[in-house]
Write a protein that binds this ligand. Structure first.
Ligand SMILES: [Zn+2]
Length: 283
């Protein structure tokens, strides 16, 4: 029996051009090597690309809709789920600037599912379906509300359509070693914002730091989680050496992504190979 009734799987990757250590091409090459029969397509930044595809007269409408949507998705209180409300004029203006002047992620946290829904409205059925998965890389911080402890938690990846990988989330979401937090408190008590370079180099093996050259390598595994979820409905693995390991600590994440025993564990590698076989047989 054929599991798949279509001839190909396509994955569209949207760049995060604001994070200098993130290199989309390397992620695309990695996915292509793991899935030789799939079509992996690179794009520029999502909102920019969608705006330029529109006739000029329609761009402002889309921009305004997105700005309002992002402003509504802002998390103001980590202990309260975001509720529907009219955003302030200043919040909308901030989002318009961010979206058009290529603004930075200024520590604003957004409700991840609301952002996912907003971004999904940018794709039609041809561009996003069972056989075509967009993965959006962003430097925005995304969080989801966890009912069990009634608070928001930062996320590395949002699975689904489109999948979203937060490059800032890779640095901020998995917990850092306790020494990092203790040191940060000590430095703050001294009125210093940043942690000393000496301490930074001591912590380097144990967590991703801002502007970390290892970011792209780590991001590959999270893109793969999104692909696995789209293809097989399962994204995570219990094996600490597999790139699909659902790391809660920075150290676990670095181990799984950078120096695990293998790339994917044998079971997940086999799943990919079987899928490749299906695709090749159909051709
Ligand atoms: Zn695995």
């Amino acid at each position: 029996m054929l599991l798949f009734d279509r001839k190909f799987f396509r994955c569209d990757l949207y760049d995060d051009p604001f994070t200098p250590t993130f290199r989309l091409t390397e992620v695309a090459d990695y996915l292509q090597a793991k899935l030789p029969s799939a079509e992996i397509v690179k794009h520029g930044e999502l909102v920019h690309e969608k705006l330029t595809m529109l006739p000029e007269s329609e761009r402002d409408n889309l921009l305004q809709r997105l700005a309002v949507g992002f402003a509504k998705a802002r998390v103001h209180d980590p202990y309260q789920p975001v509720i529907e409300r009219e955003p302030l004029y200043g919040e909308i203006a901030y989002e318009r600037r961010r979206l058009t002047q290529r603004g930075e992620a200024k520590g604003v946290v957004y409700d991840g599912f609301m952002v996912q829904e907003l971004l999904s409205s940018l794709f039609n059925q041809m561009e996003m379906n069972r056989w075509r998965l967009p993965i959006v890389f962003t430097n925005q911080l995304l969080a989801t509300f966890d009912e069990s402890d009634r608070r928001y938690h930062l996320r590395t990846v949002l699975l689904g359509y489109p999948a979203i990988v937060s490059t800032t989330g890779l640095v901020e979401a998995p917990a850092k070693p306790r020494e990092f937090y203790i040191a940060r408190e000590q430095f703050r008590a001294m009125g210093l914002d940043a942690i000393s370079p000496v301490l930074e180099s001591e912590l380097k093996d144990r967590c991703l730091l801002p502007n970390d050259e290892r970011l792209t390598e780590v991001a590959k595994g999270y893109a793969m989680q999104a692909v696995f979820y789209a293809l097989f409905g399962e994204a995570f693995c219990d094996d600490k050496d597999c790139r699909l390991y659902n790391a809660h600590w920075q150290e676990e994440m670095l181990h799984a992504q950078l120096d695990g025993k293998y790339d994917l564990c044998p079971r997940h590698e086999k799943m990919l190979q079987n899928f490749q076989g299906e695709l090749t047989n159909l051709r």
